[in-house]
Ligand binder design. Structure first.
Ligand code: SAH
Length: 367
């Protein structure tokens, strides 16, 4: 499922593809670097801002490429530390990009570290029963250019608030691919986008500060293990036995724990970085002490960090978050065995930061 716009987005081009395209048009090779510098380093917002390009080249560029494939339609600031950007693509599809601020001691909110959560698909095909993103199925994959554009949109906004230090290109500290969609189901566009983000002529952003979160597409985890770029991996586990996991994540039927865990082990061996197991706590579904004990075993085996996330309620879905006492009792089982564990404090609940909820509401209200 793809959307092919009339003009491809500039943000989906690499130095090589842009050089080749310009060469076809009879332009010298240095132009590609000049153009990408305008986009990623100087943050030009239009072709006309690229003042060292001849006028006729700017006209040709405008006829050939879409400058920016997404448009900011809503900028929702929460009262806590999470902001949400709603973006509209060329075909009208809506996606969301989230800015999570992690306050640092001694500096104000503007000095906080920023993690950007990006989407890779419009909707999602994985059909996890607890998740708002999958409620209406998959509409389409995002292109590499659309994925990259989310980060530039964040940069535009952050640059206005806090002028970035000269030497840093990105206006944030970490990227998590945990927004709408299953990133590994849109593998090629994902890797192309992240290599543009990583490239010195792009945002120059370190692969080790990028975390890809997956519901567990085993063949793609193995493929990711072979990539030269060393991204961090997070697995949405949410069930520590096949019985519980299959109930809430249909993907577990195709790739049960007996396949998933060995694939993660291979990824670990290749990249040597601690992976994260995400575990949403849902009342009476996966929050029992038995599940905590099983999870402890998996985490110790994989030397993984465990991120416990109290469930965010979704309109129209029956699931609830357990009491704080129950959350703590679950976490204690892991802590007592010296598993590295975080019990995530809620961020962005007031702006519907749970996957897909803002988009769903906006689509309904503008429909
Ligand atoms: N498809 C990928 C990435 C997107 S989901 C994946 O499954 O990892 C990102 C994370 O948000 C996943 O761990 C997902 O399970 C979690 N999530 C989805 N709905 C949620 C909800 N209502 N409350 C808390 N976390 C949720």
């Amino acid at each position: 499922m793809k959307y092919t716009p009339e003009k491809p987005p500039l943000t989906g081009e690499t130095l090589d593809t842009l050089t080749a395209r310009l060469a076809e048009h009879g332009e010298p090779t240095f132009r590609a670097k000049q153009i990408l510098d305008w986009v990623y380093k100087k943050r030009a917002r239009s072709w006309d801002a690229m003042t060292n390009l001849p006028k006729n080249l700017r006209v040709w560029l405008d006829q050939t490429f879409t400058f920016m494939p997404s448009e900011l339609v809503l900028n929702k600031e929460s009262t806590d530390v999470t902001d949400k950007l709603l973006l509209r693509m060329g075909d009208g599809s809506l996606i969301e990009t989230v800015v999570i601020r992690v306050p640092q001691e001694g500096v104000g909110i503007e000095g906080s570290r920023k993690t950007i959560c990006i989407s890779t698909q419009v909707g999602c095909a994985m059909a996890c029963v607890f998740c708002a993103s999958g409620l209406e199925g998959l509409k389409r994959d995002l292109s590499a250019g659309e994925i990259v554009s989310q980060l530039l949109q964040v940069c535009y906004r952050e640059d206005e608030r806090t002028p970035r230090a000269r030497e840093e290109l990105a206006s944030f500290d970490n990227i998590v691919v945990m927004g709408m969609g299953e990133p590994l189901a849109n593998y090629d566009a994902l890797i192309l986008a992240l290599s543009i983000v990583n490239a010195p002529w792009g945002l120059g952003f370190g692969a080790r500060r990028i975390t890809i979160s997956t519901s567990g597409l085993v063949p793609k985890i193995l493929k990711l293990a072979e990539e030269n770029l060393s991204f961090r991996l997070a697995i949405s586990l949410h069930g520590a036995t096949d019985e519980v996991r299959s109930q809430i994540m249909p993907v577990n039927k195709a790739f049960p724990l007996g396949k998933l865990i060995p694939a993660v082990r291979i990824f670990n061996e290749r990249h040597g970085r601690m992976i994260t197991l995400e575990f949403i706590l849902i009342e009476d579904i996966n929050d029992s002490i038995d599940q905590a004990i099983e999870l402890r075993g998996i985490a110790l085996d994989l030397h993984a960090h465990v991120n416990l996330i109290p469930y965010n309620t979704v309109d129209g879905l029956p699931w609830k978050r357990p009491s704080v006492e129950r959350q703590e009792a679950f976490a204690d089982v892991l802590r007592d065995a010296d598993v590295s564990v975080t019990l995530r404090r809620e961020k962005g609940h007031d702006i519907d930061a749970a996957c897909g909820q803002l988009r769903l509401k906006t689509e309904k209200s503008i429909a």
